[in-house]
Each structure stands twice: as C-alpha cells, then as structure tokens.
Design a protein around this ligand. Structure first.
Ligand SMILES: [Zn+2]
Length: 151
C-alpha cells in the first residue's frame, strides 16, 4: 500500500504549513486513515498501522493524529463518553452515529445549511466550526465499507 501522489502532496503541503515534514511513519498513518473511512479511533488506527509497520508505537500514532488535526488534515470527531475518532473528509459534512452498531457515517450536507445555521447565532458570537451529529439506528444491511458520501 502506498499513498497516491495527490494524497502525498496534500500531506506534505499541510505538514509544511504547520512546520512539520513528512516521514514514512506519518505517510503510513495518513494512508491508513484514507484507506478505510470508517472514523476509527486512535487505537484502531494503531492496530491497522502495526500490520504493515510493526515498529510503530501507540504514542507515535497519538502524536501524529494530533499533528494532523492541528494541520487541518483530518477532523477529530467526538461523541459523548467515547474516545475521539478521526475523519479525513474535509468537506463540510455531518455525522450519523448508530447507537446499535457504534458505526459512524459521513452525511453530505450542502454548504448553505452550515451557513444558515451560523446565521442563527447572535451578532456578537463568532464561530469557526459547526458540528452536526445525527444519532439513531443505521440500516443494518449496510456493510462496513459502505459510504454514504459520493467521493
Ligand atoms: Zn466524517
């Protein structure tokens, strides 16, 4: 498994802007996140990374994820009382969290919706991030790799 040239460019330009540089480990972790877009936790990413890069440590994965979030490469997604999950979809979107399976899906929402929601804030409030989460039950027939987002 290797990063596509385009993805490698996205990675290195984002890291460079943040004052970091790409390393084989960072490239590998980014690849793992892009490869299966099921909103894994840091522990899940670590398990997947270890399959192909046995020397990698959990601390490296955590540090790297923090760096990716800081550089705007991945979004950190939080649900109540659960460990953070990571999402490489940088388009504005909502999440659907299934209370039965624990699976998380990307839900496409037009940009206008986010802008409309921002307008609801009182004048003196300013926001950078709007997070919209749906919670309910997903279609059980959907398999793990199903994507609701058109990519
Ligand atoms: Zn997402």
């Amino acid at each position: 498994m290797k990063l596509l040239i385009r993805d490698r460019e996205i990675l290195s330009s984002a890291l460079n802007k943040g004052g970091y540089r790409p390393t084989p480990q960072r490239e590998h972790i980014y690849l793992i996140i892009l490869n299966k877009r099921d909103h894994p936790t840091a522990d899940e990413i670590y398990v997947r990374c270890k399959k192909e890069m046995q020397g990698i440590s959990l601390a490296t994965v955590y540090n790297c994820l923090e760096m990716f979030v800081e550089c705007g490469l991945v979004k950190q997604v939080n649900f109540e009382r659960e460990p953070s999950r990571y999402c490489p979809n940088l388009m504005e979107h909502a999440h659907f969290h299934c209370k039965n399976t624990g699976k998380v899906f990307d839900i496409d929402l037009p940009n206008e919706y986010f802008n409309e929601i921002k307008k609801l804030l009182p004048n003196s409030f300013n926001t950078d991030i709007v997070e919209i989460n749906f919670r309910g039950i997903c279609k059980t027939e959907m398999d793990e790799t199903s994507q609701l987002v058109n990519e």
